[in-house]
Write a protein that binds this ligand. Structure first.
Ligand SMILES: [Mg+2]
Length: 242
């Protein structure tokens, strides 16, 4: 029997996967910066993105923060960094923040709407879960977009104290589901943080290869590669994965 014919559960990454369908958040924010006309170079912006990510610890984001508040916290840190290190005039701070936030939120909301429909259909046949390096408010955000009700497990790194790429975070999710890793698909956009550790844990991996700010090579190690979440159902049913 082909072992791939026995999928009982799917785990998903959230950021870059369910909310942007494969577009890395650094790229999504950069689109928003351009829409806002922020006068900085992409290399400067990338430094701000990394710095804000490093400082976006759970202490800054509270468990009740919704998606917009989460994005706003991130954008605030990025703009502060650009003002301090690259002389971005602070006089337009609030204007830039508002335009970037509106753009990023609306884009992600549209994608999450489509994602919700996919998860709704998959939930009729399979157990579903999310495994995310998030900030303690993953469930709040999933509920906000009507997705939480389709999930049997949500692992938020800030809550469990384990972060990707530690394979233990995927083991924890499969244990919660009561499904063996070899009967579990893991779908994520990060080759290093999703695919490699999920494979180490024994899951079958689906790499959502999208638009990333750095080339992630080595995709051949993923069991399957898709370029949009909309390809997932076709993959599962045509390949008779369950
Ligand atoms: Mg991701």
């Amino acid at each position: 029997m082909n072992p791939f014919h026995s999928i009982k559960a799917i785990l998903f990454d959230f950021g870059g996967t369910l909310d942007t369908d494969g577009v890395h958040w650094s790229e999504k924010f950069w689109e928003a910066y351009q829409a806002a006309g922020v006068p900085i170079k992409k290399t400067e912006y990338e430094k701000a993105f990394v710095d804000a990510g490093d400082h976006l610890v759970s202490a800054r984001i509270l468990p009740h923060y919704n998606f917009k508040e989460t994005l706003a916290t991130q954008i605030e840190l990025q703009l502060q960094f650009l003002e301090i290190h690259f002389g971005l005039p602070s006089v337009y701070h609030n204007h830039y923040k508002e335009v970037i936030l509106t753009y990023a939120y609306e884009e992600a909301s549209k994608t999450l709407d489509k994602t919700k429909q996919i998860l709704e259909r998959l939930s009729q046949h399979l157990l579903l879960g999310v495994v995310s390096n998030f900030y303690g408010n993953m469930e709040t955000v999933l509920d906000e977009f009507g997705i939480l009700k389709y999930l049997q497990v949500v692992i938020d790194s800030a809550k469990v104290g384990i972060r990707k790429p530690d394979p233990a975070i995927f083991r924890l999710a499969t244990e919660h589901l009561g499904i063996a890793p070899q009967n579990t698909l893991m779908v994520g956009d990060s080759f290093d943080r999703d695919i490699i550790p999920a494979k180490q844990c024994g899951c079958i991996t689906v790499w959502l290869e999208g638009k990333s700010w750095k080339d992630e090579v080595g995709g051949k190690e993923a069991d399957y590669i898709i370029h949009s979440l909309s390809e997932l159902e076709t993959l599962i049913y045509n390949t008779k994965l369950f």
